[in-house]
Design a protein around this ligand. Structure first.
Ligand SMILES: Cc1cc2nc3c(=O)[nH]c(=O)nc-3n(C[C@H](O)[C@H](O)[C@H](O)COP(=O)(O)OP(=O)(O)OC[C@H]3O[C@@H](n4cnc5c(N)ncnc54)[C@H](O)[C@@H]3O)c2cc1C
Ligand code: SF4
Ligand code: SF4
Ligand code: SF4
Length: 400
């Protein structure tokens, strides 16, 4: 067998390079019970030519030419733009530059039914669709073929997404194009769209209306930390990650696609030209820094990435950084997220249980957890600092 049917399902990223490269339309994508998509081979159409395997980023990981990378912490000087992005607005600054120069930009956007898909925009007015982190798997659809068509027409193209999506694109194209620019995310994993929609159903039942907006990183409800908002036509609800079953299980790495737990792109070997990430951890390096409005970690991975960054750097505040300063605190630049035992349990019952019953199994959905969370917060606020120090010292002593 020379086709992607030999790929270990636990290592497939759902990038759809195989689907788009097959000359005989012998592959389509099929959803499993958890809601993740995998290729399905139609043997009667397959001629075993091996093309899909050759273009699969899981069969052989994509590797870039060597380049002396550099990195920095960045945040855009324009506060309005900073507010609209998850971190330091690195993505939107690069995207704006490409669009201003007549190019097109691909990235993850919600469609009208709140499914997340990679889409193409040609106009700055549409950039808002791609801004912000959506913590769910984004479907690539046929975007790799669309990119190829633009490249052949000599359009500048910026493609942004998870590292496996960028690797899939590069394997699909199979050669470098001067007019292609890519940005990958530091990525710890993605939940399935079925889980996300089960969550929207649960929220919708609580709010009594169809959910029309779900933001994971709304800076008006918590600076650049992980908090968001859910909206129906008439109501808006603040979502604190610590009290939300979907959000907290995402942060605890319990809900990811199987390939995320062995991700070959959780390293400094990046498939993109520029890598972007959150960087709240910067206080461990520079304690006095104020990052409350958001800040990005930016890694320049290639010469092209450097050229692109040079075009936007004047609009940013920049702090140059050595890799040795942060590599130990950005774990997904060193290794994939660990698969917790509870991962098997989390998706069980997703098809059978009602949204209410399904999320009742998460501790964050219980009243008791809610009360305990706020009691602890209040207690921490009213307890004098010297008592807190004393208690901490006792706990540390016991731990030794
Ligand atoms: C699923 C996911 C996991 C992440 N994990 C980490 C992490 O562990 N550590 C870390 O430092 N940073 C992580 N990030 C990156 C971080 O949250 C910011 O997206 C990044 O810093 C860019 O911020 P920005 O302000 O420059 O741009 P923003 O305006 O926030 O840009 C959004 C960018 O993210 C892309 N994007 C959004 N959602 C998705 C999606 N579901 N799939 C593919 N692309 C998407 C858009 O295409 C666009 O390029 C993650 C992002 C996502 C989407
Ligand atoms: S081996 Fe060739 S024909 Fe068969 S699925 Fe792959 S690309 Fe298509
Ligand atoms: S990783 Fe991409 S190319 Fe490989 S089998 Fe999965 S969907 Fe197909
Ligand atoms: S962790 Fe790896 S496999 Fe999972 S979505 Fe991110 S880049 Fe893809």
């Amino acid at each position: 067998m020379n086709s992607v049917s030999i790929i270990d399902r636990k290592k497939c990223f759902s990038c759809r390079s195989c689907v788009q490269v097959c000359p005989n339309n012998a592959i389509d994508m099929q959803e499993n019970r958890e809601g993740f998509f995998y290729p399905r081979l139609n043997e009667s159409k397959c001629v075993d030519c091996g093309l899909c395997l050759k273009h699969c980023p899981s069969f052989e990981p994509y590797e870039q030419n060597d380049f002396e990378k550099s990195s920095c912490a960045v945040w855009v000087k324009d506060d309005r733009k900073l507010f609209e992005s998850s971190s330091g607005a690195l993505f939107s600054a690069v995207a704006e530059k490409v669009l201003e120069n007549g190019g097109v930009v691909f990235g993850a956007a919600y469609n009208n039914d709140l499914f997340v898909e990679q889409i193409c925009i040609e106009n700055i007015n549409e950039l808002y669709k791609l801004k912000g982190s959506k913590y769910v798997e984004s479907t690539t659809n046929s975007t790799y073929s669309e990119v190829l068509a633009y490249l052949k027409n000599e359009k500048k193209v910026l493609y942004s997404g998870t590292p496996c999506q960028i690797a899939g694109l590069k394997k699909f194209l199979d050669k470098d194009y001067e007019n292609l620019f890519t940005m990958d995310l530091i990525c710890h994993g993605v939940p399935s769209e079925r889980l996300f929609h089960k969550y929207l159903e649960w929220q919708s039942e609580q709010l009594g209306g169809k959910i029309i907006y779900c933001g994971f990183r709304d800076k008006d409800v918590g600076g650049c930390s992980c908090n968001g908002k859910i909206k129906t036509k008439t109501k808006t609800k603040t979502v604190l990650s610590a009290l939300d079953p979907y959000y907290s299980s995402f942060i605890r790495c319990e809900t990811y696609r199987e390939s995320c737990y062995s991700c070959p792109y959780s390293s400094l070997k990046r498939p993109g030209d520029i890598t972007m990430g959150d960087f709240t951890e910067i206080t461990e390096i520079i304690p006095e820094i104020d990052f409350s409005k958001g800040l990005s970690l930016c890694i320049i991975d290639t010469k092209k990435g450097q050229a692109l960054f040079n075009l936007i750097k004047d609009s940013f505040n920049i702090i140059p950084l050595e890799f040795s300063q942060y590599i130990s605190i950005k774990s997904n630049l060193q290794k994939p997220s660990e698969r917790p035992d509870v991962r098997d349990f989390v998706y069980s019952g997703i098809l059978e249980l009602s949204a209410k019953k399904f999320f009742k199994r998460f501790k964050e959905a219980s009243r008791f957890y809610f009360i305990r969370f706020y009691s602890r917060k209040i207690l921490s606020k009213i307890t004098p600092a010297f008592i807190k120090k004393f208690v901490k010292r006792i706990i540390r002593g016991k731990a030794k």
